[in-house]
Design a protein around this ligand. Structure first.
Ligand code: ADP
Length: 393
């Protein structure tokens, strides 16, 4: 059954092959078959033998070339009135070099090889046009495939670079961790040996026990932080209504109950218009605690640290932790939020200036982002830093 009249078909071939003589057009129109494809259906498949040329009457098709078992690349699209599938006509017994797929419901006219060649033999212009289109198609295919390969190559190179960076970070982490563990352990071991031998006794005993306790606490805190980083990625937080004043109070209390930072001079300015928030209280305490502890750690002793809690421009909450400490070079400001990334603050003699294993900020970032917020950092080396937790309304 025919959906187009012979005249309509003739007109379509006239548009598809301008300048072709009338008799030839008539032959094509008379012998052409009509086919209909629904969106997603293949007109022909790469690798299969084909003997037809397609002229698209209505709809839209796409031409794909398979690059491997699982991937195909889009190399061209066809709209009315374009034609394709010419390779099967020009070269006998050749498999399709691409898959043609209907993108929308499509209506095509097909011409068989035999008919077409008979017409083409009498019309060299047609053969020349077809050969030229074939060359364009092949060039297009090559370009698309090469492009695809180049992108894959870039992705592989990037993956290698990532691996190398991760490997470097892993090595640095092991070095940092062993240093951070060895220092307190060596100290504990020393005190225990001296106690064992009876060298430390009487009034010296509480001092030794105090030092041992501090060192154990440090290791426990470090281990807890590592576990938090690991576990929080597996668990979902408990969100609820919360008052940020409670978060601030708890975070400050925790910093000041850590012996190393007990003397930290933290002042908190809390705006009376602070909105209530829907969030994960424990998580936010952890995040704020990490920022406050860093502010105290990376500042000289007795340098004040300021905490400002206020309503943000968007009606959310801003928690700014301002220090006048060592500051962070611009080039490092993004990287310090990555797990285990630390700046080398190495002293003469090789010991590191500040303790830590580089996960406080990653924990803080993870938690804040889980609230739909972000941490904004402004810092000047030698002058100080401001870490601002910005939580949306
Ligand atoms: P840690 O403090 O355990 O090293 P963090 O993830 O908390 O790990 O911080 C990563 C790095 O970012 C720190 O090692 C430090 O170099 C830098 N940093 C973080 N906070 C500050 C700050 N307030 N001032 C200066 N440097 C900081």
């Amino acid at each position: 059954m025919s959906y187009t009249t012979p005249e309509q078909r003739l007109e379509m071939f006239r548009q598809a092959f301008p300048k072709l003589e009338e008799g030839a057009l008539r032959t094509l129109a008379e012998t052409a078959e009509e086919r209909f494809y629904t969106a997603g259906q293949n007109l022909c498949q790469q690798g299969e033998l084909g003997t037809e040329l397609y002229v698209l009457v209505a709809g839209e098709v796409a031409i794909y070339v398979r690059t491997d078992e699982h991937n195909e690349v889009l190399v061209n699209t066809g709209v009315p009135i374009s034609y394709f599938g010419e390779m099967a006509l020009l070269v006998e017994n050749t498999p399709r070099s691409a898959t043609i797929r209907a993108l929308a419901d499509s209506h095509v006219l097909t011409v068989e090889r035999e008919t077409f060649l008979a017409v083409a033999d009498r019309n060299p212009v047609l053969l020349r046009r077809l050969a030229s289109q074939l060359t364009d198609h092949l060039r297009n295919n090559d370009r698309a495939v090469i492009n695809e390969l180049r992108q894959k190559n870039n992705a592989v190179e990037e993956a290698y670079r990532d691996l190398a960076t991760q490997e470097k970070m892993r090595r640095e982490f092991v070095t940092t961790l062993s240093h951070e563990l060895r220092t307190p352990l060596t100290s504990i071991q020393g005190y225990l040996q001296l106690m064992h031998k009876g060298v430390i006794r009487g009034d010296s005993l509480p001092v030794a026990l105090d030092s041992i306790t501090r060192n154990v606490e440090k290791m426990v805190a470090m281990t807890n932080n590592m576990l938090v980083l690991y576990e929080m990625q597996l668990s979902s937080p408990e969100f609820g209504e919360l008052d940020l004043v409670d978060v601030v109070v708890e975070a400050v209390r925790r910093v000041q109950s850590t012996p190393d930072y007990a003397q930290a001079e933290i002042s908190a300015v809390i705006s009376p218009t602070l909105p209530r928030l829907h969030g994960d209280k424990n998580g936010l305490v952890l995040a704020l605690h990490a920022l406050l502890e860093n502010a105290a750690k990376f500042s000289p002793a007795h340098t004040p640290v300021e905490l400002r809690a206020q309503m943000g421009e968007d009606g959310g909450v801003w928690l700014d932790v301002v220090d006048k400490g060592v500051g962070i070079p611009t080039a490092e400001q993004e990287k310090i939020f990555e797990p285990f990334y630390r700046l080398e603050h190495v002293q003469k003699g090789g010991s590191t200036l500040f303790a830590g294993i580089g996960i406080g900020l990653s924990i803080a970032k993870f938690i804040v982002e889980r609230h739909g917020g972000r941490i904004v950092l402004t810092s000047t080396p030698g002058k100080g830093s401001t870490f601002s937790i910005r939580l949306p309304k």
